[in-house]
Design a protein around this ligand. Sequence first.
Ligand code: J2J
Length: 544
Amino acid sequence: PSTVDADAPTWPAEFAERYRAAGHWRGETFGAMLRERAAAHPDRIAIVDPAGGPDGGRRAWTYGELDRRADRLAAGLTARGIGRGDRVVVQLPNTAEFFEVVFALFRIGALPVFALPAHRESEIAYFCSFAEAVAYVIPAEHGGYDYRTLAAVVCAKAPTVRHVLVAGRDAGAFESLADLPAEPVTLSEPAPDALAFLQLSGGSTGTPKLIPRTHDDYIYSLRGSNELCGVTEESVYLCVLPAAHNFPLSSPGTLGTLYAGGRVVLCPSPSPDTAFPLIERERVTITGLVPPLALVWTEAATRTAHDLSSLDVLLVGGAKFSEEAARRVAPALGCTLQQVFGMAEGLVNYTRLDDPAETIVTTQGRPISADDEIRIVDDEDQDLPVGTTGHLLTRGPYTIRGYWRAPEHNRRSFTEDGFYRTGDLVRLTESGHLVVEGRAKDQINRGGEKIAAEEVENHLLAHPAVHDANVVAEPDPYLGERTCAYVILRADAEPVKASALKAFVRGRGLAAYKVPDRVVFTDAFPKTGVGKVSKKDLRAAPAA
Ligand code: J2J
């Protein structure tokens, strides 16, 4: 039986012992990891923030400086009463402060909750309330948006939030990180099997779930990723996707690169106009992209004047990468393509750098660890023969055994013996590689951005004229999938336009990528044999 602590189920003792004996869990923590790297090579560059300097110019922090800054900020946060186990919602863009804040929290043993810059009051107020966050960390402004205004709304809705901390100057009514007290404090290192942070799930229900990751398990996934992606202290990783997302954080991502003693370069925008000059100037060796961006980069690379020859590896994942697009990557960018099929809950699969070219373009890789257990099953949880497409279940040394404070949901999302139900439909090739064939979960994968249908449906249902709503994916040539909302209006309601309904959803304060791309009015939804709405038939509905 698994040890179930109050907040999250963890691995049963016999599994924990096995993972330790195998050398997967080594008792390392993030705080100590940075301390060790800083002691070993204080003057090596850890983080380059191309626009983070006082005049908007390049800023580079060495390992020594990142370590000192994390200590100083940990002291300041401690002075504000933030302590071990406290939750802190962190919503920072790709700037050096992201790492300063996250490592300061790791040192304290407080848990960052990784929000994305695109989230708005609907998501942030929920994270703060559900996690009972004591603090919320924001930029003053980013991408033309004022996060201080958002913070004011969030504070009114989430009374546990005692501190809003602003990275940079112009904190307005709140406090700037730079103004926190700096008197040193002595902190003891958290236990390696303690939670390090809460990651967000892509979600398939009305409210996103929080994913509890430990130092031991996450650091193992970093070490495994580094080995498979060839990340060493010579590597320069360009962080293009939002830093808080699990892919750029850990596959092998910024944290993997810091673990290896390499250099992280933060990309302020994913466009080739920003990224290509940075690759040339900083001699970037590895980066990760979602498929729509990989398409744009591949296209742009064929006519760029920038020297991209330092790039060795391009990871592509987060959504299915089409075989045709995959074939174009290596010739256009002059690097090795590495497909990655991962999830914030744990399991990450990579094609190997030395896999045959056909395997790299036609599969989504295989698990990091020999101790990742994979089952492919039918609707009744019966194992299917190799080669048959079915539901992917997984269990292993860095896959969670349950979401944070969600016992009821956990009974559905995990089998009794602890396998996570990924919601992905996959098949296994003879070579042991996985091919993602589809999805059983009620989610839209909009170019790597995950949207829980139910969450958007709830926003639509809040409109007084809406009787019922169903949100499904429809094909999009660039994004792979986009969202389509099928809506039944109340018989007695004033007619509403699709554009007005979209504006209504946007006005509810949620991430822009969740606003339905298309709204279709209908009189009835197709039903299954037992009378439930058939999303499968809705998806197949002729484009109205
Ligand atoms: C098809 N679907 C994929 C792929 C993820 C590395 C890479 C990605 C994520 C991630 C991550 C896919 N082909 N190559 O955390 O560390 C879909 C699946 C999966 C879900 C997880 C990482 N790569 N997916 O995307 O938690 O449906 O993590 O279950 O955001 O994305 O989403 P997320």
